[in-house]
Design a protein around this ligand. Structure first.
Ligand SMILES: Cc1ncc(COP(=O)(O)O)c(C=O)c1O
Length: 422
């Protein structure tokens, strides 16, 4: 296997935002879990569509024909990103919109007394739509987050799962603290009782390759704007579930096929063009580093192979930088890091608090120095409450992306040490 050496400068050269400075320093984009920057090719694809091909679909003229083609290319790119067929993917404004859309339409197949399971480690996107179903007479049960291990409590899950459970909505990677859940174990148990599974992969998909067929979920949510694309939602729905549901989409449900069934009105074609290029950007990284991951790529071909290799390369680059940041934080007095134990699978997202300084105060200092970061609960409200931080301003969150550098991390550590007075 070839030695892995990631060329971060080659990545940065593709991102116009990486050329920007604050106070004479290149901006450290550690705000990635809230949304990543975009490469030039994504921008060009969006403007190129709006200049040359801007139309609705299904017409008898060039731009409309090309728009039909854009939609097909977008389905193909999304399918390569998630490891499924192009008929099983669709788009929306955001994952939260997909989540509401799916919950309303899956609920039509349920009866009062049926149960839904959500978790304390979820973003509101994957819990709030289901919680609202409680108003319709369904029981909603919440799986506990173990505040010690920062993992979901599988025994608690099993105690709540029954043949009344119709939906299990679960998170793959926690956007607040980076915990990666063994979702396949939860999905297999849900399928034993005949429940539909919805996996929120919004945070996971930004750092690790997704294979929807390998985990066997019925539904999966992710958001291209977390993975170098434009602001939009991308969802997978298994063909059989898709065929069994009817969607509310202003009459088009009768004529729409495959995942077009869950498009609500005219989709964002220009953003689809950007999404295609975000997938191609990942695939190009993969092509460069595929030799380093030969074993893991066995049996994969074409762009799917390169996408998987690309995400593996991104993970391999980000993880040690995040580990360096965590190790430095562990040694600073008054800093508490929140996340799974070292050695557990995780994303390169580092959450912490600082004694004597609210998260908002810390991110204000970062912001003034061009270190972009987030503070608060990031809509992972139950996670932050389970950690006992709901009334303390939540967490400070720093997240890696493949355009972040070791210099960004060193500068951030120095700033934290300065705030801590050490
Ligand atoms: C884990 C997770 N799920 C869901 C969402 C919501 O995604 P969207 O903004 O596309 O609705 C986010 C956004 O931060 C997230 O991190």
């Amino acid at each position: 296997m070839k030695e892995f050496k990631f060329d971060v400068e080659a990545v940065r050269a593709q991102f116009p935002a990486c050329q920007l400075k604050v106070a004479g320093e290149p901006i450290a984009y550690l705000d990635g879990p809230g949304g990543t920057q975009v490469p030039q090719r994504v921008l060009d694809a969006i403007t190129g569509y709006l200049i040359n091909d801007n139309a609705n679909e299904g017409g008898n003229f060039g731009a409309s024909h090309r728009t039909d083609e854009v939609e097909n290319l977008a389905f193909a790119a999304a399918a390569d990103f998630l490891g499924c067929s192009p008929q099983e993917v669709g788009f929306s404004n955001a994952s939260t919109q997909h989540s509401y859309n799916f919950s309303v339409n899956i609920a039509k197949t349920m009866s009062p007394g049926d149960e839904v399971i959500i978790t304390e480690i979820d973003h509101q996107c994957n819990s709030q739509p289901w919680r609202r179903l409680g108003e319709l007479g369904f029981t909603v049960k919440t799986v506990r987050l173990d505040p010690e291990t920062k993992q979901l409590d599988f025994d608690d899950y099993m105690s709540k799962l029954s043949d009344r459970t119709k939906v299990v909505a679960i998170n793959w990677a926690a956007n607040a603290i980076g915990t990666v859940t063994d979702v396949k174990r939860f999905i297999d148990a849900a399928h034993e009782v005949g429940a539909v599974t919805v996996v929120d992969a919004v945070h996971y998909a930004a750092h690790k390759p997704v294979d929807v067929k390998a985990i066997g979920t019925d539904v999966l949510l992710c958001s291209p704007y977390k993975c170098f694309g434009p602001h939009m939602g991308l969802a997978y729905m298994d063909e059989k579930l898709l065929a069994s549901l009817s969607f509310n989409n202003a009459g088009a449900e009768d004529i729409a096929e495959g995942s077009r069934k869950f498009h609500m009105g005219t989709p964002q074609y220009e953003l689809m063009c950007g999404m295609i290029e975000a997938v191609n950007f990942i695939a190009d990284i993969g092509e460069k580093y595929a030799d380093c991951f030969e074993d893991e790529l066995q049996g994969l071909e074409g762009r799917r192979r390169n996408v998987v290799a690309g995400m593996m390369a991104i993970d391999e680059y980000e993880a040690p930088l995040a580990a360096k940041l965590r190790q430095a934080l562990y040694e600073i007095p008054g800093v508490t890091v929140y996340g799974p134990a070292e050695g557990e699978e995780r994303t390169p997202t580092v959450a912490f608090t600082m004694e004597g300084h609210t998260p908002e105060e810390v991110t204000e200092v970062f912001g003034a120095r061009g270190i972009n970061s987030w503070h608060g609960d990031f809509y992972a409200i139950e996670t932050v409450a389970a950690l006992g931080l709901a009334d303390k301003g939540g967490l400070i969150r720093l997240g890696l992306a493949p355009y972040c550098t070791e210099y960004d991390i060193d500068r951030t550590i120095a700033t934290i040490r300065e705030i801590a007075g050490v």
